[in-house]
Design a protein around this ligand. Structure first.
Ligand SMILES: Nc1nc2c(c(=O)[nH]1)N[C@H]1C(S)=C(S)[C@@H](COP(=O)(O)O)O[C@H]1N2
Ligand SMILES: [Mo]
Length: 160
């Protein structure tokens, strides 16, 4: 099934989007980012530039934050829009198929050049797996990233 909605974009946008695998695949070649292992050796797949998706949604001038929601495991991350510009890759494909859950699919966000885990707003922890909804907001939205070293260590333990 390639025509079910796997990613929505909403909030402070002129044009909310409901995207399918086919929609992402149909984006122009300039938007496609092949082989994310070039940026992150341990991660796999192909994606599209988040900026292209945000341009399609026509972000309202009032938007300052992007909140990334993974309903699957109730993980939420909110980062300043300006920091994310030029950095976000929406990974959706592995070979000709959808990105599998093993790799954080069907949609995984990857930041090109993140700061180390738990060291800033745009850190490795903001690489949201199972991303289902992108919300543009005026102010910082929901963020479930751990704020202490011990909470962070516990999350990593639970994930591995
Ligand atoms: N949906 C979801 N995405 C998530 C997390 C999570 O718990 N749930 N953990 C984050 C954290 S804390 C880190 S450091 C990275 C780890 O990515 P990796 O599994 O590719 O190493 O994923 C991030 N994305
Ligand atoms: Mo993390």
């Amino acid at each position: 099934m390639k025509n079910d909605v796997i990613l929505t974009v909403e909030g402070a946008v002129e044009r909310p989007l409901r995207l399918t695998f086919g929609d992402l695949e149909a984006l122009p070649e300039q938007a496609q980012i092949h082989d994310v292992s070039r940026f992150h050796p341990t991660r796999k797949g192909d994606g599209v530039a988040l900026d292209v998706i945000l341009d399609q949604a026509r972000v309202q001038p009032a938007a300052n934050y992007v909140t990334l929601h993974a309903e699957h495991d109730d993980c939420h991350v909110s980062v300043p829009l300006e920091l994310l510009r030029g950095q976000g890759i929406v990974v959706y494909r592995l070979g000709p198929e959808r990105l599998t859950a093993e790799h954080g699919g069907p949609i995984r966000l990857l930041i090109r050049d993140p700061s180390l885990c738990h060291t800033g707003e745009l850190d490795d922890c903001a690489n949201v797996k199972y991303l289902s909804r992108i919300e543009l907001c005026e102010r910082r939205g929901r963020d479930t990233r751990p704020t202490t070293e011990s909470a962070h260590a516990a999350l990593h333990q639970a994930q591995s």
